[in-house]
Design a protein around this ligand. Structure first.
Ligand code: FES
Ligand SMILES: [Fe+2]
Length: 390
């Protein structure tokens, strides 16, 4: 049933990244979110849409079709759908005016951090349409994005929570657009003009989103998985740190690790202080500051956001958004460092069994060094996240 309620109501109330904005050009793109097949496409005005990837006529995949004259055309019988989702042309009956029921299933979209975010909760897309909210954003190349970043940065605090209005202006804050969906996850560094933003990924990972978040919060693996980079086998101790629950997850602070090569510009091993924040069920942010004088870039600091699309319970698409105090280095070099680190994590992540994150404390063994992970599991249990957990 095209309009049947979707499973996973708790997870569906959150916004999830499904594609890089640059990926969504002239052709429709097929993506998966919470086991749902979606088609993401861009209309003539530049707005991005996310619909169920299933034609209301005979169920063909709309992502196999094409965009023509600002409409999405089904590959099977050529029905054409306007950006609202309404079918406006049935080639076999050119004079027929399709009724309201001849429509694609439409979901709400926001553009943020150069990614397309979708909320599957029923009704949210309609709220957006009522507000006249559009998600138009220039999908120009990374260079152009960087060039405009500094000037846009003062507006960016609002942008993190806003739906984009007409091109170049900001619309109403997310919280006022609708009440049923959760806000977009926070990433404070996005608003900081002194930090340059670069996306890395996507990485398709054969495990659940919560296992990936937990790995991101975990410091005790540094000396083994990232030996010579973020840790060393002979300095594996994790000093005590603080963990506080928050409405969106948790904050872990005072986390310290000795790292041989904590970033691209490290000149020597250094003690690095980390702060972690879980900003939603499948998103987290780390901020790290190395000892003064341990990098070639003065005042080096960085924040990294982990954004995950939970495609299936054990299948995830991952992006990292780097925010670094470095406008000089090639983006490719900064991405390569992150790539090295994550591809060290990936095989271990994919080896974990079960792939879903066990929320029963008795299911796995724990130590004090794992208290951020324990707090994350408690949070997921409290808010009722089932997708990717067991
Ligand atoms: S299945 Fe899409 S037009 Fe017939
Ligand atoms: Fe790691």
């Amino acid at each position: 049933m095209l309009n049947a309620p979707l499973p996973h109501p708790v997870e569906s109330a959150h916004w999830h990244p499904v594609a890089a904005l640059t990926e969504v050009q002239a052709q429709p793109v097929a993506v998966q979110l919470l086991d749902q097949s979606l088609v993401v496409w861009r209309d003539e005005a530049g707005a991005v849409h996310a619909w169920a990837d299933q034609c209301p006529h005979r169920g063909a995949r709309l992502s196999l079709g094409r965009v023509c004259a600002g409409r999405l055309e089904c590959p099977y019988h050529g029905w054409q759908f306007a950006p609202s989702g309404q079918c406006v042309r049935i080639p076999a009956l050119p004079d027929f005016v399709p009724p309201a029921g001849h429509a694609a299933r439409v979901f709400a979209v926001q553009i943020w951090c150069e990614l397309v975010w979708v909320c599957l909760q029923p009704g949210v897309a309609a709220d957006f349409a009522l507000q006249g909210a559009q998600n138009i954003q220039d999908s120009g190349d990374a260079q152009a994005t960087q060039a405009t970043q500094a000037t846009q940065a003062t507006q960016a605090t609002q942008a993190t929570q806003e739906v984009q209005g007409t091109q170049g202006t900001q619309g109403a804050p997310d919280a006022t657009v609708h009440s049923s969906a959760r806000p977009l996850p926070q990433f404070e560094a996005e608003a900081d003009a002194r930090l340059r933003k670069i996306n890395c990924g996507p990485y398709d990972v054969s495990t659940s989103a919560p296992r990936i978040v937990e790995n991101f919060l975990d410091m005790a693996h540094f000396g083994f998985v990232h030996a010579g980079w973020l840790g060393a086998r002979d300095t594996p101790e994790i000093p005590d740190y603080q963990v506080e629950p928050t409405p969106t997850g948790l904050v872990a602070s005072g986390c310290k690790a000795w790292q041989p090569q904590s970033n691209l510009h490290s000149t020597r091993g250094a003690l690095v202080e980390y702060r972690y924040e879980v900003s939603g069920p499948y998103t987290a942010v780390l901020t790290k500051v190395p000892e003064a004088g341990s990098t070639t870039v003065q005042g080096w600091r960085e924040s990294i956001a982990l954004f995950i699309c939970p495609m299936g319970p054990e299948r995830s698409r991952v992006w990292f958004r780097l925010a670094v105090a470095d406008f000089a280095t090639d983006a490719a070099q900064l991405q390569a460092f992150q790539h090295t680190i994550f591809t060290q994590d990936q095989p271990v992540l994919e080896s974990q069994r079960p792939a879903c994150l066990p929320l029963d404390v008795r299911a796995e063994a724990h130590t004090a060094a794992d208290k951020a992970s324990a707090a994350y599991r408690r949070f997921l249990r409290q808010v009722g996240i089932r997708f990717g957990t067991c």
